[in-house]
Design a protein around this ligand. Structure first.
Ligand SMILES: *Cc1c(COP(=O)(O)O)cnc(C)c1O
Ligand SMILES: [Zn+2]
Length: 451
């Protein structure tokens, strides 16, 4: 390569890249990292389909082959940077306490809303009812916009800032949208959000309150996604679409980093979680593998992939051991009513690698689990939020889980998001005039015990 100084100036088409020419023909590209900005812990984004690698730029999307990229880390480097002791001494309780395991530049600020640090409750009474030795419920509905999606959206906001973007867009069944709108609003960024018309009112109310530009699409999630894709191409907005942006599941993986830290690095036997696009279960698995790779845990749990009977393309692919096929979106669990899963590749890999269980539950079983969690644990989840618990209950009843197992069930979204369905399953209250005798009469009629 003949390489002269004046040629270098001419060949630099934009900051950070130099194109080298040999005899007038392109010969190589030099990629320059700005000092301090590079991610020392990240190697590259790697296509899960063809293995091709890409430099981990903030606006990285999918592979040329259409495959999804997986962020690949330098675990040897991370091991020198992060120890359990160092982590334990850290006062930041948000998801950013796991910085060394996250794909962000050292200089990138934490996003403003407190995302993560949701409680992990031990639930001995529910454990007994299900016939399990030990059961924990991770209530991720206690994130700032009330779902696990905040973990991905905070990551999207951090990466959009690195990319210098002012507008972020996404399509969503609801929670990705409201979490993006909230996390972006707090960071002073604008959002364009595409939701299917069926999205529950609670989620749309959040979007409007957070000041998003909301496009409610008269169609299903698939059509909503396609419209958002076209609009993002047209305007060049920062893309927070599930699976397209490889950083999102890296944000979601903080749920398993947190679970493991909360359990004192004692690995449970199973973790149950609901599955729609598949980013969440893929992220959960990635976090566990990260911890294994840096020696924080010494084995890996099995995952329970929970889907609705009315829409379970991922579980069907596992059950029949063949590629996934689209399905109708026929369940009241709107957040996982995903007939064309966007991250099927990573989700299927995760379920297969961990020898996971796959359990489909009916809408009735989902609503029963919502009541059960409410009554025994005081945890109020939305239908998709409790689908993992519904699947766990069914798996226990079918004898798929040994009695001496320790299980974590992740509740992924808060019940206040979808009050209409909660009232349908939990019923109406005693409704009377303000009169004590009437109340006593009503108690007797309904057999209410008062002591
Ligand atoms: C998005 C979502 C899921 C499923 O996550 P995917 O990444 O789509 O598989 C589960 N529960 C709730 C509450 C969600 O919002
Ligand atoms: Zn590829």
């Amino acid at each position: 390569v003949h390489f002269f100084k004046q040629e270098m100036a001419a060949a630099t088409d934009y900051e950070g890249k130099i194109y080298l020419e040999e005899k007038g023909k392109p010969s190589a590209v030099l990629i320059l990292h700005e000092k301090g900005a590079a991610m020392k812990n990240v190697l590259y984004g790697k296509c899960v389909r063809c293995g091709r690698t890409y430099e981990a730029t903030p606006d990285l999307t999918t592979c040329e082959c259409g495959g999804i990229l997986d962020i690949t880390y330098d675990y040897d480097y991370i091991r020198t940077q992060l120890t359990k002791e160092k982590l334990a001494a850290r006062t930041d309780r948000s998801m950013w306490r796991y910085r060394e395991l996250l794909p962000i530049e050292e200089t990138t600020e934490n996003t403003p809303l407190r995302v993560g640090n949701s409680p992990l409750y031990e639930e001995p009474r529910l454990a007994e009812m299900l016939g399990l030795k030990r059961l924990y419920v991770k209530d991720d509905g206690q994130n700032p916009t009330a779902s696990l999606k905040d973990r991905a959206s905070a990551m999207a906001v951090a990466k959009a800032r690195e990319a210098g973007a002012k507008i972020i867009a996404c399509s969503s069944t609801g929670n990705a949208a409201s979490s993006l709108a909230g996390n972006a609003a707090a960071a002073g960024l604008r959002t364009f959000i595409f939701v299917p018309e069926r999205a529950p009112k609670g989620k749309v109310a959040q979007l409007m309150t957070f000041g998003a530009n909301v496009i409610s699409v008269q169609g299903d999630y698939e059509e909503t996604f396609e419209l958002s894709k076209k609009a993002i191409e047209k305007y060049g907005w920062y893309n927070r679409n599930a699976a397209i942006n490889p950083y999102l599941s890296e944000g979601k993986k903080t749920v398993s980093l947190e679970i493991m830290e909360q359990l004192g690095w004692q690995v449970p036997d199973y973790i149950a979680i609901s599955v729609g696009d598949g980013c969440t279960i893929a992220g959960l698995w990635k976090g566990l593998k990260d911890l294994y790779a840096i020696g924080f845990i010494d084995r890996l749990p099995r995952l329970i992939s929970a889907q609705a009977e009315g829409c379970h393309p991922i579980n069907r692919a596992i059950a029949e051991n063949r590629p996934w096929q689209p399905m109708e979106e026929n369940t009241l669990a709107d957040s996982i009513a995903v007939g064309v899963p966007r991250n099927a590749d990573k989700a299927l890999m995760a379920i297969r690698e961990c020898h996971g269980l796959f359990v489909n539950v009916s809408d009735e079983q989902i609503m029963a689990a919502q009541k059960l969690l409410g009554r025994t644990c005081g945890v109020f989840g939305e239908p998709a939020g409790v689908t993992g618990t519904a699947a766990l209950k069914k798996a226990c009843e079918q004898g798929l889980i040994p009695h001496d197992a320790t299980v974590v069930s992740v509740v992924t979204g808060n019940g206040l998001k979808d009050v209409a369905n909660a009232i349908k399953s939990a019923g109406e209250p005693i409704n009377i005039k303000p009169d004590l005798d009437l109340m006593v009469e009503e108690f007797a009629k309904r057999g209410v015990t008062v002591e």
